[in-house]
Design a protein around this ligand. Structure first.
Ligand code: DGL
Length: 278
């Protein structure tokens, strides 16, 4: 299958990419998606970039084998480490993520912008470039928020532990005067209600999933790859670790009941371990 009827591949280290999937489904309801959560290797944030490049290549090969016409790297950490390699080595268009620092810098009144993102994203070239390109007159303060991805994977979107962790990460940014908070990890939009309950009125939260969905539209449209009729087959969801985390997140975040196929890593390649995932 090629062109417009082929599916759009999307991947992340876990459930975070569903925040991007949600925006894509709203912007492009005809598109059929194949989603891979590499939760066997989650979190990506503290992993060395070369390891994330290998994982991203393995996942992308698997998506291409499943007919993907384009791939959305719905993970800031994988985009930071692997986007240029993926674009150089594979022959499908890739759409990646970079923290939405630019709109935050352009809209801040206090001149201080806070960023929450993983260590991998904050050490990456894409982040450094966007801060140095737009951040000359603004103070950009970042916090790697260790442990937040794990809590979100476990479905703890609120409650004492999540609130305490968010306060530890965000209080110093607010105390330094931040009036904008950029969510530079696709997992974090799922705790926006908790952030707003804790900091409503003090911080405007900025996350890029809708902008990414519009970028997906532009890329598909330029290549005449847009699906112009609704897909016959349902979206597919796969996990490399325990499938129940992704199934629960689909249900909780998006009200979708789906069977999650299991994939397993074997010598750098992803293989289906059940009939549904084949
Ligand atoms: N959701 C990912 C991101 O946007 C990865 C988080 C992680 O696995 O550390 O960075």
């Amino acid at each position: 299958m090629s062109g417009s009827a082929a599916p759009l591949g999307v991947f992340d280290s876990g459930v975070g990419g569903l925040s991007v999937v949600h925006a894509i489904m709203t912007e492009l309801p005809n598109e059929r998606l194949v989603y891979i959560a590499d939760n066997a290797n989650c979190p990506y944030g503290p992993r060395p970039p070369e390891e994330i490049v290998e994982l991203s290549l393995g996942i992308s090969h698997c998506l291409i084998q499943r007919g993907a016409k384009a791939i959305v790297v719905a993970c800031n950490t994988a985009s930071a480490a692997a986007l240029s390699t993926l674009r150089n080595e594979l022959d499908v268009p890739f759409i990646g993520m970079v923290p939405a620092v630019k709109p935050a810098i352009l809209s801040t009144h206090s001149g201080v912008v806070g960023v929450l993102a993983t260590p991998g994203t904050l050490h990456g070239r894409l982040y450094e470039e966007v801060v140095s390109q737009y951040g000359a007159d603004v103070q950009v303060l970042a916090n790697p928020c260790p442990g937040l991805v794990e809590l979100i994977e476990a479905g703890e979107l609120a409650g004492a532990r999540t609130e305490a962790l968010l306060r530890r990460c965000i209080d110093p940014l607010v105390e330094a005067g931040a009036d904008r908070l950029v969510l530079g990890c696709t997992h974090y939009p799922f705790v926006i209600p908790t952030i707003e309950r804790l900091y409503g009125g003090h911080l405007e939260v900025i996350e890029p999933s809708q902008a990414i969905a519009r970028q997906v539209r532009r890329v598909l449209s330029e290549r005449e790859f847009l699906a112009n009729v609704p897909a016959f087959t349902p979206n597919q969801y796969h996990a490399t670790g325990n499938p129940s985390a992704l199934a629960r997140a689909l249900q909780t975040f998006m009200g979708i009941s789906a069977t999650v196929g299991e994939l397993t890593w074997c010598n750098g390649q992803l293989e289906a371990c059940d009939a549904q995932a084949k």
